[in-house]
Design a protein around this ligand. Structure first.
Ligand SMILES: NC(=O)c1ccc[n+]([C@@H]2O[C@H](COP(=O)([O-])OP(=O)(O)OC[C@H]3O[C@@H](n4cnc5c(N)ncnc54)[C@H](OP(=O)(O)O)[C@@H]3O)[C@@H](O)[C@H]2O)c1
Length: 301
């Protein structure tokens, strides 16, 4: 396999059917030859985007198929999970013309002080990348990602705020959160791609400023043109109810999520701004776009 034709560099995107991955395909396809790696075809419509080379790799651990998909690419963006790192590395080592740079998607969730299997798995994957990766790498660690109707995070909150006039709050709601708008995040990948300044470095990416959970919900309510009243519920009581409902498989949230809600999740954005020279939008601006998107799809009352 040769490198990209027409002088365009060839970029493989792993997890191209995912929320981040698909937006990366949309963003990069005018500038690069994009190889969209998916585990099954049909979930996304790539056709309207031009000449996207869609490759099906049924599982990332299937090294021969992954090798064939990555061979000849100049760079790889892993928009799937960071613990794919070892399989990606093994596949690259088998390529006749291996990629020069890989961007991995990590998570600021690794900074939690709570016991978390998922955070530990991500920390181990980062350690693997730092010690073993056979080419230059960059890790982009987003905070909570939002900004489209399927974001599974803030869009759920918006739906709840839309339905409820009185909103239950775990604890006092003062712990901090700093979600990042998906298009601001995707821009960072584009800037880091094949950029020597970003080689062998990790970046935390968040929204422009942190908000307390209470203020964040208030912003969502303002965007919906609603006034929301809070009922603070003591965290131990919520924990007890979640454990009880969890044992009956009826709880919509986990005990870990209850504890995470009370943990500050703000990050220092200065290293990111110094390198990337832009400030991701703050929640007050991003939420308006999300509400607009959800209204357009008839998801709000
Ligand atoms: N969403 C957040 O708030 C958030 C916050 C911090 C970090 N992150 C990280 O950001 C990354 C992307 O997030 P996202 O919201 O875009 O997630 P997503 O929509 O669930 O996308 C994940 C992608 O990985 C693919 N995938 C999963 N398991 C696979 C396997 N075994 N083999 C091959 N492909 C596999 C999925 O394929 P299918 O489409 O076929 O399922 C999908 O394309 C993830 O690494 C996540 O940990 C997310």
């Amino acid at each position: 396999m040769t490198r990209g034709e027409q002088g365009m560099e060839r970029i493989a995107i792993i997890g191209a059917s995912g929320e981040v991955g698909f937006r990366l395909v949309q963003r990069l396809c005018s500038r690069y030859q994009v190889v969209a790696i998916v585990r099954r075809s049909g979930k996304r419509d790539f056709e309207g985007l031009g000449q996207i080379d869609v490759r099906v790799v049924a599982d990332i651990d299937h090294i021969p198929a992954l090798t064939a998909a990555l061979d000849g690419c100049d760079a790889v963006v892993n928009a799937g999970y960071i613990w794919f790192a070892q399989s990606i590395n093994e596949a690259m080592e088998r390529c006749a013309t291996p990629p020069r740079h890989v961007i991995f998607t990590g998570s600021t969730g690794i900074f939690t002080r709570l016991p978390s299997e998922s955070a530990e798995r991500k920390r181990l994957a980062e350690a693997y990348i730092r010690q073993h990766l056979s080419c230059r790498w960059t890790i982009i660690r987003p905070t909570m990602i939002y900004g489209h109707k399927d974001d599974r995070n803030i869009s759920r909150l918006v739906r709840a705020v839309d339905r409820l006039r009185i909103f239950p709050l775990i604890g006092n709601g003062e712990s901090l959160i700093q979600p990042v708008f998906i298009h601001d995040l995707v821009k960072a990948y584009e800037m880091a791609l094949l950029n020597e300044r970003c080689y062998d470095r990790s970046y935390n990416v968040a929204g422009g400023r942190p908000y307390s959970n209470r203020d964040l919900i208030r912003c969502a309510a303002n965007s919906l043109g609603k006034k929301t009243f809070f009922i603070p519920v003591p965290a131990p009581l919520v924990g007890f109810a979640v454990r009880l409902l969890g044992s009956l498989r009826l709880s919509p949230i986990s005990s870990e999520q209850v504890l995470r809600f009370q943990e500050n999740k703000d990050i220092d954005l200065h290293p990111f701004i110094d390198e990337f020279k832009y400030v991701p939008r703050d929640f007050e601006h991003g939420i308006g776009e999300l509400v607009h998107d959800m209204r357009r799809h008839g998801l709000l009352r």
